[in-house]
Design a protein. Structure first.
Length: 125
């Protein structure tokens, strides 16, 4: 199975980008809420949780191990696990390389230039 880039205009991208923004998203604000299955909502929570961990704690020594696990997940080429990074990118019609570039930019940016994202726990339902 290969993961091909999908145009960035897809509606799922807008939802994920909003989740990754500094603002908070509420279940009622999801434009496709009625179309998302519980499994897709869980997948979104897994996806956002990993990215929030990297974005918010990349330079925190006490979170080093967890951040390293999330980075390994983001840069893995695994397609076997249903919640692998590449599978979730495919599910949400995201170009994995676009997201990976975003993660690399976060890692290079000084802490002061990386506003904290909201907690992923709010997105799980």
């Amino acid at each position: 199975m290969s993961v091909s880039p999908v145009p960035m205009e897809h509606k799922d991208l807008a939802v994920i980008e909003h989740m990754l923004a500094a603002g908070e998203i509420l279940p009622a604000q999801l434009p496709t809420k009625h179309l998302w299955s519980p499994e897709k909502k869980l997948a979104a929570a897994v996806f956002v949780s990993g990215l929030v961990e990297i974005r918010n704690h990349a330079h925190n020594p006490s979170r080093w191990r967890r951040v390293q696990e999330e980075l390994a997940w983001v840069f893995s080429e695994d397609l076997a696990w249903p919640y692998s990074f590449l599978r979730l990118c495919e599910l949400f019609h995201l170009d994995p390389e676009y997201v990976r570039r975003m993660v690399r930019d976060w890692l290079r940016a000084p802490r002061s230039q990386r506003p904290k994202m909201c907690s992923a726990h709010r997105h799980a339902a």
